[in-house]
Design a protein around this ligand. Sequence first.
Ligand code: SER
Length: 261
Amino acid sequence: MTGNEIREKFLKFFEEKQHLMLPSASLIPQDDPTLLIIGAGMAPFKPFFTGKMKPPSPRITTCQKCVRTGDIENVGRTARHHTFFEMLGNWSFGDYFKEGAIEMSWDLLTRVIGIDPARLVVTAHESDDEAAAIWRKVAGKEAIRLGKDNWWSAGDTGPCGPCSEIFYDFGEDVPGGMPGTPDEDGGRFVEIWNDVFMQYDRDANGNLTPLPNKNVDTGAGLERWAAMLQGKFDNYDTDLFVNLKRAVSDVTGVAETPENR
Ligand code: SER
């Protein structure tokens, strides 16, 4: 499946489930002094979570242009981090919650896309028995329970909540351990989707106030899905990059080598 096909399949799946498909917002945040650049699909929707604005639909899906400054030191050192990347996502604003989000993620990955369930590992926040029980029911999976890695917020303040991540196992030839182990960043298990259960608003002192609604915010890296579905370990070897790299080589007359890639 090409990158374009994956993007389309994801958005169509959620459109068929009554999500309004919106175009990506600009990379430059509008009216948000807490962010320099958009780093997640949910960032343009913060006023919908806090209740400041009414969303055009209780269900939305997008493919959002992102630059994630928090991960920028990893770019060029791993097969899966980028400066610019595209994040696929689905949102519920006071509509479905944990069960709906987990069921749809699992259905899209295993039935529609056809990923072998044995290659998927899931996590849940250490406090979130509800998400763990849903994973058992929906997928027959025992979620690995994590602390701060399973709590998500877009910045120091604002909407946040426990999350549940889905990892793809690139196989035993790739070094690296399971999520939550000392070797988790090795590269064998790559996070391909994050389901965040947005329930709280965090203030500058770290106090959590329940949001007016229980919401869902999910994020799936298009480039990581391309690697997973094209049998490539390295995102930069997928069709989303090879043509660009070829064009750069043509223009510069410099061929790609293991040293300069
Ligand atoms: N906001 C979460 C993330 O970026 C899920 O979309 O991982």
